[in-house]
Write a protein that binds this ligand. Sequence first.
Ligand SMILES: [Zn+2]
Length: 389
Amino acid sequence: MASYINCSAGSTPFTYLGLPIGVPTSHASSWQPIVEKFDKRLSDWVARSISFGGRLTIIKSILSSIPLYYFSLFHAPAAILKVLESKRRKFFWGGSSNDNKINWIKWDQIILPYENEGLNVGSLFAKNISLLCKWWWRFKNEHNALWDWTRAPSGRALDELKELTNLISSVSISDHPDSWKFSLDASGIFTTSSLSNLINTLKYGVHSRNLLIPRNKYVPQRVFIFAWRVIQLKILVRSELDKKGLDLHTVLCPLCDHHIETIEHALINCPNVSSIWTQLLDWWNQNNATISDINGAFISDQGFSHNSVGSSLWQATKWIACYIIWKHRNLKVFSNKMWNPAMLLSEIQSQSFSWISNRSRKKNPIEWNQWLLNPSYYVASPPNRMGIG
Ligand SMILES: [Zn+2]
């Protein structure tokens, strides 16, 4: 037979494209090459040398850097998925094993889609299932495809099929005469990402605390993650560390040494910080506005609700302000650097200029002098004046 179709006969098990063939893929050992690829890609030293944003990108793209056919053709054993997810989690939190003691935000939440208050990482489980379903979808829709070799599922495969059917029973896939319609995507076409999102949401739960922060294209990912952590009340102020049971010598604010350091106090209400907000509002010509809580600093688009570019620019500036305030709070606590509100404002102005102008249209760039003088100029005028957005 082998000579008839002009290829050499082999014996199983052997490896094809790095994948052991003929070894049952339900055995964890068949997945060892994948585990090794994760180790190589998610190394501790890489984790330590890049920001949260960079780590998030690598974690999300990990499957595209390894042979996808593993996940497209075989159902990964639960034990393997657990190992791989823990490698991603550890990498996300900075690689070093010391960080393992603090799981500030559950991995199950981080993998959720943005609209469910996650960071849209996506679980490997959901990815695996949706890639497998893609074959099934093609089978239903591409009659000429090579399907002769398919056979009815049995044994473990049948159990998995039952589990899957159960999990996605809320998806209606109607048996239209001509084609199958996929209800999760407006196009009616199957996409692995929409199925993945659904599986993640169903399996890992919907968080409904109404803590959705808007996406913002003017800030780098590390600022978005910071904003996301603030909204989840997961930055390491002393009151939160205390709640976690850490033994602290004080829970008072390191800046004023007078109030309990909550997140809201540290970023907004501390007397050493509120003066910065007054200046910031003044800089943006928002003299009648006040910012007194996390909602005001991170979610509300007060003053610009009629203008989407304006509200994004204003949000971005406020997030960057909080990011820089928090950075300097940490410099004071951990490196004993002096707290200097005047310097902080200029750092907020220059850093926001740099990040925002880099992410605006190049045709009509934001001018530094104008930004410094009155950034709301880029918001208030007619849209044809300014091409940013
Ligand atoms: Zn304080």
